[in-house]
Design a protein around this ligand. Structure first.
Ligand code: SAH
Ligand code: SF4
Length: 378
């Protein structure tokens, strides 16, 4: 299958890459080499694939490209612990990817759609509607971009103060490589199920990027069929469900898709998921002042989740410009958490990361809460 227009190599499965190179008269082991360059050595440019014959490198450069993403903007938070990238897709749409650095891990938050059709009222991505699904290559490329950035020697040579701190941790420090992924960027991953899972398989494949599935968390607005489908996947990706309210009246106001899939249906799917996988599920709850953060609602939530193998992540809302919704005060957040804990529902309050670069960003900001520690244990 000759490629007439430059196609991203990241869109190809290993078999498709082998077929493409075979159509150029190349033996299978050449395709294996290219694959290893893409996913193992994080090559961004065929010119750097030094063990390939020059003619093959030139043909790859002329007829393909590695990366479907073009970096438009990079921002670092003032504490330098968070980097946010705005990427342009081949058709001109843009998506966001966020990398968060911790002492012993680094977590990338990836998008699965350009926009989102779900319309959650507190979410900037939801306000803009859905443009289209991302392809597997566009999803994988966000992970590779983060991994490349972490591994970039040139960046380390020109390190800023914070990078000096990272360097002081030594070359074995995990912050120099990607340790966790949260599928919590723009879009609803279970509304783009097959492409998202094709990407997750590539990311976890030991012959490709090879990150352990247990280091990956997928967050969904709560689509019951998708949750049940996830339960049958062999890959042990962690599941997080965005609940945000303990009753249908309030949840439908905040998360309009609740009208179609009310709490009882979401919870039934989650319980099936737990019964099949024996894995703890995280419920996300963005705390909004005076909206969903009262003690009475905390008690209602505790009642709803009684006996469910779960953990609740309470995240004070990231305010979105021109939105009436505001974050709960730290006191109210703590009081809410205490009520859950007294009722034997494990809960943590997560503070926001990189708040200064999150302005105007759909919802990428809150990914700090998951795939990142206690919430996922047990
Ligand atoms: N569509 C999926 C995944 C992307 S959104 C989902 O909804 O789960 C990732 C998380 O960010 C969700 O829990 C979502 O409710 C939350 N979120 C969206 N806007 C937010 C905001 N302004 N402040 C805090 N969390 C927000
Ligand atoms: Fe879509 Fe998730 Fe935002 Fe809701 S919170 S609009 S499901 S991205």
């Amino acid at each position: 299958m000759p490629i007439s227009e430059p196609t991203s190599l990241l869109e190809l499965t290993q078999e498709e890459l082998t077929q493409l190179l075979a159509s150029w008269g190349q033996p299978r082991y050449r395709a294996d080499q290219v694959w290893a360059w893409l996913y193992g050595k994080l090559a961004a440019d065929p010119a750097g694939m030094t063990d390939l014959p020059k003619a093959l490198r030139e043909r790859l450069t002329a007829q393909t490209r590695v990366d479907p993403l073009k970096l438009i903007i990079q921002q670092r938070s003032s504490d330098l612990q968070t980097a946010k990238w705005l990427f342009r897709l081949p058709d001109g749409l843009t998506i966001e990817t966020v990398l968060m650095l911790y002492d012993e891990r680094s977590t990338v938050c990836i998008s699965t759609q350009a926009g989102c059709a779900m319309g959650c009222v507190f979410c900037a991505t939801g306000q803009a509607g859905l443009a289209r699904n991302l392809t597997p290559g566009e999803i994988v490329a966000q992970v590779l971009a983060a991994a490349r950035w972490l591994a970039d020697d040139e960046r380390r040579k020109t390190m800023d103060e914070n990078d000096a701190t990272i360097m002081a941790l030594g070359p074995s420090s995990s912050v120099l490589r990607l340790t966790n992924i949260v599928v919590m960027g723009m879009g609803e991953p279970l509304a783009n199920y097959d492409r998202t899972w094709a990407a997750l398989r590539r990311i976890t494949d030991p012959g490709a990027f090879g990150l352990g599935a247990r280091h990956i968390t997928l967050s969904t607005v709560g689509l019951p069929q998708g949750i049940r489908k996830m339960a049958d996947e062999p890959l042990q990706i962690n599941l997080a469900v965005s609940l945000h309210a303990p009753n249908d009246d309030l949840r439908t106001q905040l998360v309009p898709i609740n009208h179609r899939y009310p709490i009882a249906e979401v919870l039934a799917a989650v319980k099936d998921y737990i019964a099949r996988t024996h894995r703890r599920v995280t419920f996300e709850y963005a705390l909004m002042a005076g909206i969903n953060d009262t003690p009475a609602l905390a008690r209602q939530l505790a009642g709803l989740l009684k006996g469910v193998l779960c953990h609740v992540n309470l995240i004070p809302l990231n305010p979105v410009a021109e939105s009436p919704y505001q974050p709960s005060s730290p006191e109210n957040a703590t009081a809410f958490q205490k009520i859950l804990e007294v009722n034997h529902i494990p809960a943590t309050v997560r503070m926001r990361r990189g708040i200064d670069i999150d302005a105007g960003c759909g919802q990428l900001r809150r990914r700090a809460a998951l795939g990142t520690g206690e919430g996922m244990k047990g």
